[in-house]
Design a protein around this ligand. Sequence first.
Ligand SMILES: [Zn+2]
Ligand SMILES: [Zn+2]
Length: 193
Amino acid sequence: MKSLDEYLDDAGHAHGHLCAGQVLGVRLAMLGLRKLEIDDPHGQDRKRLVTFVEIDRCATDAVALVTGCRLGKRALKFRDWGKMAATFVDQSSGRAVRIAARESSKQLARKRHPEIADKNQQQMLAYREMSDDDLFDVQWVRVTLTPEDMPGYKGERIVCEQCGEGINFHREIRREGRVLCRGCAGERYYEPQ
Ligand SMILES: [Zn+2]
Ligand SMILES: [Zn+2]
């Protein structure tokens, strides 16, 4: 693993700016890796890790950067819960740890650096200095990954009987004897025009 400063440097470049969310995300991911004793997520340990993120904000980019888990590799899973939290799953041991930023971390940052008026600057500095215990709650959890959730999974591709589009990874829905994609089954996030 790199040092906090090195990761923050990388994160600032990759994300376009350095912000409090990045600092929190880098530290959250580093703690997750340490708990799982994964030292080299980009090298020899790169196939061990699957990460679930629960928010799509600045911290998400930082978590992806530190862990090397990417959506396009199926190693990064997004659960849209709006929470500053992530779960790290070690596929080699089956262990998993969920790390959530504590709601009190903002107040602690204010207490620590009342002299800095700018919130982002105040939190950026405080989040570098605060202890893991002040910043995060850590919970050992169990995550069941189905074969089709695994990064390397290759399966049959199936075609939606309504729209004719192909569906991978068993994401189809079977209803009244028909095979449908999620959109045609009513889970659309868009309206056709
Ligand atoms: Zn940001
Ligand atoms: Zn369809």
